[in-house]
Write a protein that binds this ligand. Structure first.
Ligand SMILES: [Zn+2]
Length: 202
């Protein structure tokens, strides 16, 4: 199958899983084969994410068990934020050469700030739910690209937040899990979570 056809096929076949779906709880397996199928899957996931209007998507959210996630926060950056990040050397990319969309294979956090902050967050697998999530101010993440080459990125802001959120998905962690929220915030979202989980087919 030609690559374009494969991408379209995958994009139309995979669906976004909603809170309560057991796929969201299975820690991802390490990717060991770096081939055209992997790249097709990433592009298909990007299509699914764009349609749904998100900035990140992990393999678990489309029912797969691999350590794969994609991020595209480019639409969220304004030039001033970019300049600020760049001046602090927090976004380690070539000047003016943003790496979006980011296809992150086997991503893991290798270093992080001491400080935590609470940031408002949502998720395509938790429609209608927003919560203040505890996140590191910045993280350093190592990952491989679709060809298997290793990279390291250090980011704060929306990208830093998004990296933590997607890597959590790869580990089977949902953004409203008790370790991510204060007990009061958790209590607030619990009824909404129950409602979503109850709508899932058994
Ligand atoms: Zn999510």
């Amino acid at each position: 199958m030609a690559m374009q056809e494969q991408i379209r096929h995958l994009r139309d076949q995979l669906t976004i899983r909603i809170y309560g779906d057991p796929c969201l709880r299975i820690p991802g397996e390490e990717v060991k084969v770096f081939d055209k199928n992997l790249e097709s899957l990433c592009w298909a996931m990007l299509g699914i994410m764009d349609r749904a209007g998100g900035v990140g998507l992990a393999a678990q959210q489309v029912g797969l068990k691999s350590r794969i996630c994609i991020i595209d926060t480019s639409c969220q950056w304004d030039q001033q934020t970019l300049a600020e990040l760049d001046s602090k050397n927090l976004l380690c990319v070539n000047k003016g050469d943003l790496p979006f969309p980011l296809f992150l294979i086997n991503a893991k956090v290798v270093n992080q700030s001491d400080e935590l902050q609470e940031l408002s967050e949502g998720c395509l697998s938790g429609p209608g739910i927003y919560a203040n999530v505890r996140r590191y101010q910045w993280v350093e993440v190592s990952y491989q690209d679709c060809q298997g080459f290793f990279h390291q990125i250090r980011a704060d802001g929306l990208l830093g937040q998004c990296l933590q959120h997607e890597i959590d998905h790869n580990n089977g962690i949902f953004f409203t899990d008790p370790e991510r929220l204060s007990p009061a915030d958790r209590e607030k979202v619990q009824p909404l979570l129950d409602e979503l989980a109850n709508q899932q087919p058994v």
